[in-house]
Design a protein around this ligand. Structure first.
Ligand code: NAD
Length: 389
């Protein structure tokens, strides 16, 4: 399908990677909406100085954004696809800013969707009377990427082989998945619904699960170096990840037959599909993590508190995004389905303790869970998920 124009929302790592990759793959103009601080100005200055944005490393593409603006009225109209490449806590505000300017029958979505993107996006579009706009999400950002020079170059460290997409209305996934496949330049599978994608979000298991494995027993003594994040996983940590994956599979088992949850795979199965031959020893969950070359060298988030003295950075997205916009969303679905989630409960409670938040009680209002959007029974949740729009 030939597109006339798309817009990427965001000015961070993922947005600066997607812009040239999408322009290269789609061959159409790509605008950027970057309203945070002076990012639009800095992006424009970088692009002026260097002629465009460049993704280098595991994926290579170079293109000049068509327009860069902090004003949605300048970039959102005329876009057939609007992709939010942002941390999940920025989704809601960004959707409110762009909703009035969305083209008729446009697609708006999040890469990655994280958990419960549909609960926040659908009411905003409805308030604007924009039921013509369809929603999409991708299971994860397909690239590990870091900005090398702002407004000039992004280093793509690794690429996943395949990522799932879902839509609302759910039945339209057959339209958006091939379009995403063309845009991202990799295999995109079709998930049955955005609820399936919420459960299939593997970052929600891997990131808080590994933080727990590495630091639950940390006694406050400063570290002299940052541990490896993925490859520092030990057998006990892998067991916890298996427990989190089992919790998700228990939710899937309860809802299978009511919803298509075939995209919700056990963690080891997903790793092997997503990383393929990058994994040297696929025999166990533990070996699949520590022998995955795409994870090599990546360190745990730490902060320096004195020269050479490091402490774990519990404010990193691995907890602040992946718990309220990930694990808590899946756990809330489990609650509505009457499914026990012992490993999730343990990790959410530990992360909440570290963040001063009780996501299972007092601070549940801060989590993107269906109950906060008026979906208070399993029947309501399923009816919302399968609405035809
Ligand atoms: P990032 O840290 O580079 O994104 C920060 C950017 O988000 C800011 O520069 C700004 O443009 C935007 N932003 C933040 N707060 C905002 C607000 N309140 N309003 C408007 N814009 C705001 O993030 P990233 O690395 O591009 O990641 C984007 C998403 O992809 C996140 O969910 C992240 O967890 C996920 N992810 C990233 C990677 C990676 O390698 N970069 C890998 C997997 C998943």
């Amino acid at each position: 399908m030939g597109l006339h124009k798309i817009t990427v929302c965001g000015g961070g790592n993922g947005a600066q990677a997607l812009m040239p990759i999408a322009a290269h793959n789609l061959g159409c103009p790509v605008d950027m909406y970057a309203p945070l601080g002076d990012e639009a100005q800095r992006l424009r200055a970088g692009v002026e100085a260097h002629g465009g944005l460049e993704a280098k490393g595991a994926v290579q593409a170079r293109a000049r954004p068509h327009r860069i603006s902090a004003d949605p009225a300048e970039v959102i109209p005329g876009s057939e696809v609007v992709a939010l490449v942002l941390p999940a806590f920025a989704h809601e505000a960004t959707l409110r800013q762009i909703a009035p300017y969305l083209e008729r029958d446009a697609w708006v979505g999040a890469i990655p969707a994280r958990g419960g993107f549909d609960y926040c996006a659908a009411p905003i579009l409805q308030e604007e009377g924009r039921q013509d706009v369809a929603i999409f999400g991708l299971q994860t950002l397909p690239w590990a990427c870091r900005i090398e020079e702002y407004g000039r170059q992004v280093h793509v460290l690794g690429v996943k082989k395949t990522v799932a997409a879902a839509s609302r209305p759910a039945a339209l996934v057959g339209q958006i998945a091939p379009l995403m496949e063309q845009m991202m330049g990799l295999s995109i599978g079709a998930a049955g619904s955005l609820l399936a994608l919420t459960l299939a979000n593997t970052g929600q298991l891997i990131h808080p699960g590994i933080m727990f494995g590495l630091f639950a027993r940390w006694d406050g003594t400063p570290l002299d170096q940052a541990p490896l994040f993925y490859q520092g996983l030990d057998a006990e940590g892998a067991e916890l990840l298996a427990g989190l994956s089992d919790d998700v599979q228990a939710i899937r088992a309860r809802l299978d037959g009511t919803l298509d949850l075939s995209a919700v795979q056990p963690l080891l199965e997903w790793l092997l599909r997503a990383y393929g031959e990058a994994i040297a020893d696929p025999s166990t969950l533990h070996s699949a993590f520590v022998s995955n070359s795409a994870y090599a060298g990546l360190k745990a988030p730490v902060r320096e508190v004195a020269p050479g003295q490091l402490i774990p950075d519990f404010s990193a997205r691995y907890l602040t995004e992946d718990v309220p916009f990930g694990l808590a969303a899946s756990r809330a679905i489990a609650h509505l389905a009457g499914v026990e989630t012992p490993a999730m409960d343990q990790v959410i409670a530990w992360a909440g303790g570290r963040l001063g938040r009780d996501y299972l009680g007092r601070d549940a209002g801060e989590a993107r869970i269906p109950q906060n959007y008026g979906l208070e029974t399993l029947e309501q949740l399923i009816a919302f998920t399968m609405e035809r729009g």
